[in-house]
Design a protein around this ligand. Structure first.
Ligand SMILES: [Zn+2]
Length: 370
């Protein structure tokens, strides 16, 4: 079928991305171009650092600023409460310091008030910092809706010393999420599919995803050594560039495919409710490699990175106690739902194909666990 017009290709990104150490004490550099009165939405654990480093830096630069503790859930009530705080303080720049939910809340507050937003991720476990999306939950923590934002965050600042000090499992989960980026972008590009901003994938998006995979391949062992000692090294820095920047921006421009579709389906398996997003994405990636009949050398390198990152390889490692066939047929059905990213695979797939690939992927994982 020849179409008269087609969707354009895109590259979307935060305006600026910084990576370095002791960035909170330089916060004035990142906010002064956007406004002179900052409200910092912050996780409780890092509040003392915000008070000792960020607020004095703002005040020394002649800027106003105050901090407000995030009350954990990224829900409508919390977003409304924080908008009131911004109005009361007359802030004209929003800063978020914390995990994915804190940053999504800061993005949502800034969006509703039409203010610029500067983000300091404290963990590297998801793509939340760089993307133009906020995941909204109910007050009790169930998924509510995706809030698609018209803009990516204005500035993202990755402080490697804070991220290196976070629990290892979050760092590993970020590697898992980032590991799938290249394979999904490659599939989406080959299928001429739809990227995360609902346009066609760009060659730049695929290129960013390729670099993401290359940085993980080259640095994973040395980066894990650094994290084990809570230290910053060049290998750790490059890995954080991959997990925080390239993974998010590469997926947004390059698109997702089977790995994330399988991850979405896995939400119906009760045994896996405590698994991290990036851990489930790894199993989705193994499933995708089966569907693509990927060459052995790709399997070898992917499994090497999964093991080095101390990520679960098999479903049982991830917490599955019993394999219930009906549950996994439901996972396959959800993964193949219209509108999910399974449609970005370059071949025609049925629910049975995906089920067969998942069972096979777990068998391969057990064999390669060695
Ligand atoms: Zn993801």
């Amino acid at each position: 079928m020849i179409k008269e017009t087609k969707l354009p290709r895109t590259v979307t990104s935060p305006k600026k991305f910084f990576i370095g150490t002791d960035m909170l004490s330089k916060i004035d550099d990142f906010v002064k171009d956007f406004g002179d009165n900052t409200l910092i939405i912050t996780d409780e654990f890092i509040l003392p650092k915000v008070q000792e480093q960020a607020l004095p830096a703002l005040h020394a630069a002649g800027l106003k600023g105050c901090a407000e503790k995030f009350r954990y859930e990224c829900c409508r009530k919390e977003i409304d409460r924080l908008q009131e705080c911004v109005r009361a303080s007359e802030a004209n720049v929003i800063v978020g310091v914390g995990g994915g939910k804190t940053l999504d809340t800061a993005k949502a507050v800034a969006f509703y008030l039409k203010l610029p937003v500067v983000l300091f991720p404290t963990i590297a476990s998801t793509d939340a910092p760089c993307t133009a999306l906020a995941v909204i939950y109910t007050e009790s923590g169930e998924f509510d809706e995706y809030l698609y934002l018209p803009q990516n965050p204005d500035v993202v600042v990755a402080d490697t010393s804070i991220i290196a000090a976070a629990p290892l499992r979050f760092f590993s989960a970020g590697v898992g999420d980032a590991l799938a980026t290249y394979f999904e972008a490659r599939a989406c590009y080959a299928a001429d599919g739809i990227n995360l901003v609902l346009h066609k994938p760009s060659r730049t998006g695929l290129g960013l995803a390729e670099l993401c995979y290359r940085l993980l391949s080259e640095n994973i062992d040395a980066a894990m050594d650094a994290v084990a000692n809570h230290l910053t090294t060049p290998a750790l820095e490059q890995t954080i560039e991959a997990t925080i920047y390239l993974s998010g921006v590469g997926a947004e421009a390059g698109g997702l495919a089977a790995a994330h579709a399988v991850n979405n389906g896995m939400s119906v398996v009760p045994d896996l409710h405590k698994a991290q997003h990036g851990e489930k994405v790894v199993f989705g990636l193994l499933t995708q490699l089966v569907l693509e009949n990927a060459p052995q050398e790709e399997w070898d390198n992917v499994v090497r990175i999964v093991k080095a990152a101390k990520l679960p390889l098999t479903l049982e490692d991830m917490g599955l106690k019993t394999f219930v066939e009906s549950e996994w047929r439901e996972v396959a059905r959800i993964a193949c739902a219209p509108g999910d990213t399974m449609n970005n695979m370059p071949m025609e797939l049925t629910v049975d194909d995906v089920y067969n690939a998942m069972v096979t992927a777990n068998t391969i994982a057990h064999r390669m666990k060695g």
